[in-house]
Ligand binder design. Structure first.
Ligand code: AMP
Length: 283
């Protein structure tokens, strides 16, 4: 596995790979890799001749009060994990190289970016879209792989690519979970032992909600109450940021379940803000 940090070098390398008619799949990450990231790398491996993983904690998607400085980092472990998963090139640029001091261009999907996580993280998706665009411009990938765990992010990236005619196919990877159901996340490292033992109740609450929906409860507010009460009972110290039943493409909130919908949640637990989602069906 080749490790590249210079922007000029990754650009030239990718240009020459393209000249050799190699297809490229990109997996953008913020590092501190877990099995969720690895599953995306494996998906990328199936798609293209060359797999590039980016490892970059993007400062522009963090607000000043968020966890940019605390974000977990283990460079050596990431190098080993990416290499073992079949990565050809690991791109890990410096923030000072990615962003000029007077950086002034942004990419946004404002309608989708202000919903859900955008309510509490208003600049987040502008930062995500901008860095992903920069990575696409540097690497010119044929494919880019994103996880369904960040459901809103995936929908926004798809919309950005469609509306700006970006020449890349977006591939979605399923949510990878711990044995007890907790969605894997680099931020799970913030949880204390006790919080970690309670965190799987988020998934259990979503499964309960999905079961109630299947058995005829189609009203969104009633489903929210079922989830909220379950969380209050099992993780009293948690605070629900949001629980929303949404259209899977438009991300707009639905009052009643017709055929299927996604329920997305964000829950504060200790120092972590955990997100998860589930596809629910009316029958
Ligand atoms: P991150 O490093 O958290 O920015 O995530 C990088 C990519 O990995 C994103 O496309 C995420 O959606 C994806 N990802 C994170 N956690 C999981 C998971 N548990 N299962 C599948 N993909 C994930």
């Amino acid at each position: 596995m080749k490790i590249v940090s210079e922007l000029k070098e990754i650009k030239e390398l990718c240009k020459s790979l393209k000249k050799q008619e190699k297809t490229i799949a990109l997996v953008p990450t913020m590092g501190f890799l877990h099995a969720g990231h690895i599953s995306l790398i494996k998906k990328a491996r199936e798609k293209a001749n060359i797999v590039i993983v980016s490892r970059f904690v993007n400062p522009t998607q963090f607000a000043p009060n968020e966890d940019l400085d605390a974000y977990p980092n283990d460079r050596e472990r990431d190098h080993k994990a990416t290499s073992e998963a079949g990565t050809d090139i690991l791109f890990e640029p410096l923030a000072t190289a990615m962003y000029n001091e007077n950086h002034g261009a942004w990419v946004e999907v404002p309608e989708l970016g202000k919903l859900l996580c955008g309510q509490t993280r208003p600049i987040h998706f502008r930062g995500v879209c901008t860095v992903v665009t920069k990575l696409f411009n540097l690497i010119q990938p044929d494919f880019a792989v994103f996880g369904k765990k960040d459901f809103q992010q995936l929908a926004i990236i798809r919309r950005m690519v469609r509306d700006l005619n970006m020449n890349v196919e977006i591939i979605a990877g399923d949510i990878i979970r711990e044995d007890d159901g907790l969605a894997m996340s680099s931020r799970n490292a913030y949880l204390t032992k006790e919080e970690r033992s309670l965190a799987p109740f988020i998934r259990k609450g979503l499964l309960l909600l999905a079961e109630k929906a299947k058995n005829g409860e189609h009203n969104a507010n009633s489903l929210y109450v079922i989830f909220s009460q379950f969380i209050q009972e099992h993780i009293p110290q948690a605070r629900i940021d949001y629980v929303k039943m949404i259209d899977k493409d438009e991300l707009t909130e639905l009052e009643n379940l017709k055929d299927c919908a996604v329920v997305a949640v964000a829950v504060y637990l200790g120092k972590a803000r955990l997100i998860d989602n589930i596809l629910i069906e009316s029958k």
